[in-house]
Design a protein around this ligand. Structure first.
Ligand SMILES: NC(=O)c1ccc[n+]([C@@H]2O[C@H](COP(=O)([O-])OP(=O)(O)OC[C@H]3O[C@@H](n4cnc5c(N)ncnc54)[C@H](O)[C@@H]3O)[C@@H](O)[C@H]2O)c1
Ligand SMILES: O=C(O)C(=O)C[C@@H](O)[C@H](O)[C@H](O)COP(=O)(O)O
Ligand SMILES: [Zn+2]
Length: 358
């Protein structure tokens, strides 16, 4: 099948290329200004990084390659500091380019390395997870975690391009593919009902890279993200809606010391946000039920232990949408219409949590 190019607008427009076996398009995205390309890859993904490097070498670039720890442990200041030294050794200058190869953890880390190195060098992402393709690699949010919370240090640094080669999904464990579906379903609830219809029509297929609607789901979710970040890169309004499910989700990840899949945490967080929406009189009980039905059917969790609430509530106060002492979270004023719910009452939050607790 041919490649699809999804444009992302704003001050620094770029394209997300989606297709199978499309690595050959990488030099186009890196561009002609770069002499050196610094490839930063998940250390478990040498088998993807090698063809990436070959394509770049064949195109005439000098290529430097390094691996970083797999998963969320990569998003650490010590790993970032190691990358800065390596970028110095590799003599990466402002006209050169960083290429990331991995899931969202690696695109977030390498994106932040590129944003901070020499105060900003170009980066091209080659996401290798569903979640990376439909969400993390698009939109320019980059970050690392600190003990106090997730993604608390980072920068907005849009990529020069994104290459989503669906062939890389062949080796992705099923649990990680399914975790990515949480962000796909999120895109459905906030902006594209057709995504929800496609998942509902074939819940088994939705959980597989070869499912009948797999490519359409990927492209629709990217299109939602692209539309939002094109209009509001720096999250001054509309972009906050992409955080649906994340206020509780990020608190769960922190409580689990980041040994819990991001998508799994967001799935629980979306059911919580849906319950808040229902209690606030904004979302029908049937739509809350639809959250549970779709997420459960594809294999995502929708419950979390009751006793965790006090710790979760405290962590939620450090969410980036908080203003002063005011917690703000995204809820749905009906499916497809996300809004910010400012200063929710504490007893309403506790009641909503009771409805998701195991
Ligand atoms: N910047 C953003 O806008 C944004 C958006 C959503 C999520 N995120 C971040 O993304 C991260 C989660 O990303 P993720 O779900 O991709 O997780 P991940 O990057 O941790 O990857 C999950 C696992 O899959 C493995 N893996 C990756 N690609 C593979 C492949 N092709 N074959 C086999 N194994 C493979 C990794 O080694 C890892 O063990 C979180 O840190 C989250 O905060 C960022
Ligand atoms: O791109 C965005 O904006 C998002 O909120 C997408 C989220 O799926 C993603 O997990 C993001 O990293 C969360 O950002 P944060 O600002 O809440 O840390
Ligand atoms: Zn997310």
């Amino acid at each position: 099948m041919t490649e699809t190019r999804i444009p992302v607008g704003g001050d620094q427009p770029y394209e997300v290329i989606v297709g199978t076996g499309v690595l050959g398009a990488l030099p186009d995205l890196v561009g002609k200004r770069a002499e050196t390309v610094a490839v930063i890859h998940d250390e478990r993904l040498g088998a993807v990084a090698r063809p990436v490097s070959r394509v770049l070498e064949d195109a005439g670039y000098r290529v430097a390659v390094t691996g970083v720890p797999s998963g969320e442990t990569a998003k650490d200041v010590s790993v970032l500091a190691g990358l800065w030294s390596w970028l110095a050794e590799s003599k990466v200058t402002r006209t050169d380019c960083v290429v990331s190869v991995g899931g969202g953890a690696v695109t977030d880390l390498a994106g932040f390395a590129a944003a901070s190195w020499l105060r900003g060098v170009p980066v091209v992402h080659v996401p290798t997870t569903l979640l990376g393709m439909v969400d993390a690699a698009v939109g320019g949010k980059t970050a690392i975690d600190i003990p106090e919370g997730k993604n608390l240090v980072g920068a907005f640094h849009p990529p020069a391009g994104v290459l989503a080669d669906l062939a890389t999904l062949e080796t992705l464990p099923r649990e990680d593919y399914v975790a990515g579906l949480a962000e796909v379903i999120k895109a459905g609830f906030i902006a594209d009902r057709e995504i929800l219809r496609l998942v509902e029509a074939d819940t088994d297929g939705a959980a597989k890279p070869h499912g009948a609607h797999a490519r359409e789901l990927v492209e629709r979710a990217i299109a939602v993200k692209a539309r939002v970040v094109s209009a509001d890169l720096r999250e001054s309004g509309l972009r906050e809606t992409l955080n649906y499910g994340h206020t509780l989700g990020h608190a769960i990840e922190k409580l689990q010391r980041y040994r819990f899949r991001h998508g799994d945490a967001v799935a629980i967080g979306m059911v919580f946000a849906a319950e808040v929406g229902r209690l606030a009189g904004r979302l029908k009980a049937a739509d809350v039920a639809l959250h549970r039905e779709l997420l459960t059917a594809v294999g995502l969790p929708v419950r979390y232990p009751k006793a965790a609430w006090p710790a979760l509530r405290e962590t939620m106060s450090l969410d980036k949408k908080t203003r002063g002492a005011r917690l703000r979270m995204v809820i749905l004023d009906g499916v497809g219409n996300p809004i910010i719910y400012d200063s929710p009452a504490e007893d309403l939050l506790a009641q909503a949590y009771l409805a998701v607790s195991a």
